[in-house]
Design a protein. Sequence first.
Length: 339
Amino acid sequence: MKKNCDQDSQLSKQIVKWYLKNGRSNLPWRKNVTAYRVWISEIMLQQTQVKTVIPFYKKFISRYPNLKALSSANEEEILALWTGLGFYRRAINIYKAKEIILSDFKNRFPKSFDDIVRLPGIGESTAGAIMSIAYQIPYPILDANVKRVISRYESVDNDSTHKSNKKLWGLSNKHTPRKNIFSYTQGIMDLGATICHNSKPNCGVCPLQDDCKSAFKVIKSKKETKKQNPTKKINFVLARSNCSFLLFKKLEESFWEGLWTPLELDPNHPLPWKDDIETIEEINIKHKLSHLNLDIKINIYEYEKVFKLKTNEKYKWVNKSNIDKFGMPKPIKSIIEKL
Ligand code: SF4
């Protein structure tokens, strides 16, 4: 993406001015700014709200304050810290990216856009944010908040088609200033998150109200109407021996990828291990993901001793005292903690 070379736009000047007075400068990733900290925060903020991210970010940074600390972490440890944050592929990508940074960049965060955007989990917008915030080199960004602000300001479609994305990237590039890039980038993200809301933009307090082509007349589009998520029924079987639980590494990409869960089994299918025991408990829970509602049934079987399985699946007997060391979906972890 080419950087804007024209004079700074009115939009960018107003946003910088607004950010310096009203921006969320107290967010933890806006203190002691480094490329590493911006990277972790930007990955966590993908598809997740600021207030949800804050405790996870603090925990992650306290455990891995820099690349040196992260370099020896294994995938499991990173996934364990991600438990409850969702979109677990992000944690797997952080693991893959830090391995590349270690092998190809001598464990120093890359400094060029082209090197950063090639790292797993980093798209053009995230790479632009790292360049602009950490290195203060102007690059456009286009996350959901920025898309909304620019599309309304310019009155152009924001319907996620290739055509409108291309147009919005061009406009984002046009508005990206040469000066004050640090304040502008964070300011436009903050404005989208706190004033130019999805359903009810607060135009009355917006610094862009005089020039925005949609000010005071934004109508919720059909695309923005919240749609119902489908429901997926899941049957789990959980073997237990004293305080140890038989868990399997989930490979499915649609959700909970890379996490440890009980075995998912068709209710008509026999247990793949000894079944000379009655179910001791059946637990039913409902859990919402961003794109799916889960209707979960877990049948728990008690055994005297742990046993081995003949299977190609990756499994482990995990002692309850160690569950914090494994990446596990929050509802599964909560159930095991109570057993
Ligand atoms: S004036 Fe209203 S619609 Fe335009 S950017 Fe501001 S909040 Fe959004």
